[in-house]
Design a protein around this ligand. Structure first.
Ligand code: PLP
Length: 430
């Protein structure tokens, strides 16, 4: 099978060799075909608005934003200069950082989808038990009687990292019994933090997919348990989509226009696909053909690139082309992409590219030196997109020069806010 695939998709040779690649999606047509609709996205936004008084009450750090979990969008001109100089080019346009590393509660992009799914489940139970009405002030969910209600239910998730943190922290806070199934090689500080916040951590020798499979099996045998399915959950996906209208407001308030003559480029680190897929899907609803989304993956685990390029989606894994699937980038070490996301967003992406571990580690240091912003390695994967897209001769022909002068590029910094001080220092002294 490998020979056949390689003949058809020669890029696989470079991928197998562990090289950094850029794949331009010839299947881009900007036609939204999914059964996930604009109404679903609006519903999700409204649900988050209903929960805002509760979030503000239990997480006072969200007071300034009135309980809305959102992150800053900042221009990083020093980083732009650095990347341009390094490439020997004088790129026009603006480079910005979407600081999801600063998202409250769990310090990563998982605070969008993960927390949303937990809130969705809590609301469903409270409504079913006639203890809540959608018109109520949801801050009452902090009352003891709701904790008692939620303690009869459990939530489970399989995750080695940030998803586990988001689900674990939010579920425990509401009063659910929450179990995070992890491979035993997951980082110790994450296990410690989860246990300290009241989550149960179950460790499995062997790989992460085994932990997920075990977790799913246990959850299925318990009707009061909700399993958060990283690969297939539409709820999780919807949580991510809600950022798009908020991003539009942030751009508006900074006087930044997005239209044909002012294209927007967004570079999203990708693991199984849910987070970047949800963000891209939301952005397409808001900006249509004027937003250009790229997924960024490690050289050893380009699962979404492989699934999209071959059209095989979840039926192919990076191991099938001789890659290890291993990377230092937490959250991105995924061998098999989400079929749901591939099918929903495959015709909406401009492309995918890959980044080596060394480059991600170096970019952590570069970003810190230039902008005094700390993110974890996976969160830097988007940066090379700024250079790759603008130096790809065929791709850049799609845009006229004038438009590129007005372009805005956003690297999505997906995490780093929970990394303990000692770990940060290790990253910065790499
Ligand atoms: C989870 C995660 C991603 C990717 O999200 P997926 O839904 O797995 O594609 C990117 N960066 C960080 C820091 C993450 O934790």
């Amino acid at each position: 099978m490998l020979k056949e695939l390689t003949d058809k998709f020669p890029l696989i040779q470079k991928m197998t060799a562990g090289e950094e690649v850029l794949w331009i999606n010839q299947g881009l047509d900007n036609i939204i075909t999914s059964d996930i609709s604009k109404t679903d996205i609006n519903d999700a936004s409204e649900r988050l608005n209903r929960f805002a008084p509760y979030i503000q009450k239990v997480y006072p750090e969200t007071t300034e934003k009135k309980g809305i979990i959102e992150s800053p969008l900042v221009e990083i001109s020093e980083m732009k200069k650095f990347l341009s100089d390094k490439a020997g080019k004088s790129f026009k346009g603006k480079l910005m950082l979407k600081c999801d590393n600063l998202l409250p509660i769990s310090g990563s992009i998982k605070a969008r989808g993960g927390i949303y799914e937990v809130l969705w489940f809590a609301e469903k139970i409270a409504l079913e038990n006639n203890m809540l009405n959608e018109k109520d002030d949801y801050s009452m969910l902090a009352d003891e009687k709701f904790k008692k209600l939620f303690s009869k239910y459990s939530i489970a998730v399989g995750s080695t990292g940030n998803l586990g943190l988001s689900i674990g922290i939010m579920s425990a806070r509401l009063g659910f019994n929450v179990t995070v199934h992890m491979s035993s090689d997951a980082r110790q500080w994450k296990k410690d933090m989860l246990r300290q916040k009241g989550a149960k951590v179950v460790e499995y020798p062997g790989d992460y997919q085994k932990a997920v499979a075990e977790g799913r099996k246990l959850a299925e045998s318990d009707p009061s348990c909700h399993f958060v399915d990283d690969e297939n959950s539409k709820t999780l996906f919807l949580g991510y989509t809600t950022c798009a209208t908020r991003l539009k407001k942030q751009l508006d308030s900074q006087g930044i226009i997005v239209d044909k003559n002012h294209p927007l480029f967004v570079y999203l680190p990708c693991g199984v696909g849910g987070a970047p897929g949800g963000v891209a899907f939301g952005l397409k609803h808001v900006f249509g053909e004027n937003v250009h989304c790229f997924f960024a993956e490690p050289v050893q685990s380009p699962c979404m690139l492989l699934g999209l390029m071959t059209g095989l989606h979840e039926k192919i894994a990076v191991q099938d082309i001789g890659l290890s699937g291993k990377t230092i980038a937490d959250g991105l070490a995924v061998g098999r992409p989400s079929g749901l996301v591939g099918k929903v967003t495959g015709n909406l992406l401009d492309g995918c590219f890959t980044v080596s571990d060394e480059n991600m580690q170096q970019l952590v240091i570069d970003l810190y030196n230039k902008e005094k912003i700390f993110v974890e390695p996976s969160a830097t994967a988007g940066f090379p997109g700024f250079v790759l897209t603008q130096t790809h001769k065929e791709y850049i022909k799609r845009f006229d020069e004038k438009a590129m002068e007005n372009a805005v590029h956003i690297a999505w910094a997906t995490g780093g806010g929970m990394v303990p001080k000692e770990e940060k220092e290790k990253y910065l002294s790499y």
